[in-house]
Design a protein around this ligand. Structure first.
Ligand SMILES: [Zn+2]
Ligand SMILES: [Zn+2]
Length: 332
């Protein structure tokens, strides 16, 4: 038997023992022509590692191949390169167990690898030079300071261990928007995250069975495209003037002030007075619709049903007519 074959057989024998110490690893194939193990951390964090011994093993690095249904090709390619570099460090020794440990440790220390695709999307498509983007692998958090014109907010997305079956948590740690906007951003962002992991309450018969899906990308799309990029310059659909002041220091905090900025469910910004007049003016049929996008306006301050709104309006008009009649009477 050649020295090389003897070395490999010894390594395979040792591997069976040594691999037992790696809790999440399972030995699938262990023959001189190929070794294959599976590492399973969670349903969405798992991969297979295959090794082929080169002819002059262990005097040249072992060939590693990674396969996974959950990780992106980009991540697997990057990790494969790291495995090759690792193998080079251990020429002349048993390399398999060392690479298995290296991959296992990588998965432990980089919890954000479960959303590497989503992270690339955000970095390439959503973030600009004015924004800050940080990955905190240690805390499994994605932190973004998003800026547009004079406005900003810092958002912290915590990716749980069981992502994407478990719900991601969204927090806003600093900002200069009106408080009411912040509640709105957070409420909607966390609702998007929730809908990706929780089946809908009312299931329609034709819906496919519910499967949890990743929510970092849709949440980032909402917070970046629909909030930070759009709102600082947004104009009131009723009067066409800026909804928010150019300088955030001039934000109006009195919610009964005519120019107080109201954000409705579709995302458009109205001045309090403009929205108040619009909501109380007919037609009320089918609910009031946003002139900018055609969606129904839902707002807690104007929660009246079309019938009540109609009655209120009729009542006000009647009063006005009475007053007009009085004026007419005085004039004559
Ligand atoms: Zn207005
Ligand atoms: Zn709208």
């Amino acid at each position: 038997m050649s020295e090389g074959i003897q070395f490999i057989q010894e390594e395979l024998k040792d591997l069976k023992e040594k691999l037992k110490k790696l809790e999440d690893a399972e030995l699938i194939t262990c023959v001189p022509s190929m070794v294959r193990i599976h590492i399973t951390k969670t349903a969405h964090k798992n991969l297979a590692i295959c090794w082929i011994f080169p002819n002059d093993y262990p005097n040249s690095p072992i060939v590693t191949e990674l396969k996974s249904k959950v990780f992106s090709t980009k991540l697997l390619d990057g990790l494969t390169k790291m495995c090759d570099a690792e193998a080079k460090k251990h020429i002349g020794r048993q390399q398999i167990i060392l690479i298995a440990k290296f991959v296992d440790q990588f998965l432990e220390e980089n919890p954000l690898c479960v959303c590497s695709d989503e992270i690339s999307y955000i970095k390439n498509k959503l973030i600009t030079e004015k924004d800050e983007f940080k990955l905190k692998q240690k805390n499994s958090q994605v932190i973004m300071k998003l800026s547009q014109d004079n406005y900003y907010f810092t958002v912290k997305c915590s990716i749980p261990l069981g992502y994407h079956s478990e719900q991601m948590k969204v927090e806003i740690t600093s900002h200069n928007f009106p408080e009411i906007f912040l509640r709105n951003f957070l409420g909607q962002a966390n609702e998007i995250a929730r809908r990706h992991v929780t089946p809908p309450l009312r299931k329609r018969p034709k819906d496919p069975p519910f499967e949890p899906s990743p929510s970092l990308k849709p949440v980032a799309d909402f917070l970046i495209r629909d909030c930070i990029r759009r709102l600082p310059g947004e104009r009131c659909p009723c009067c066409g003037k800026r909804g928010l002041p150019k300088d955030p220091q001039n934000i109006i905090t009195d919610e009964h002030h005519d120019m107080f900025a109201e954000r409705v469910y579709c995302g458009h910004i109205y001045h309090h007075k403009c929205l108040d007049v619009y909501m109380k003016t007919p037609p009320f049929e089918g609910g009031k619709k946003c002139p900018a996008c055609g969606k129904r306006i839902y707002h807690e301050k104007w929660g009246a049903t079309p019938q009540i709104a109609e009655q209120r309006w009729a009542h006000k008009e009647a009063k006005k007519r009475e007053l007009d009649e009085v004026v007419d009477f005085l004039d004559s």
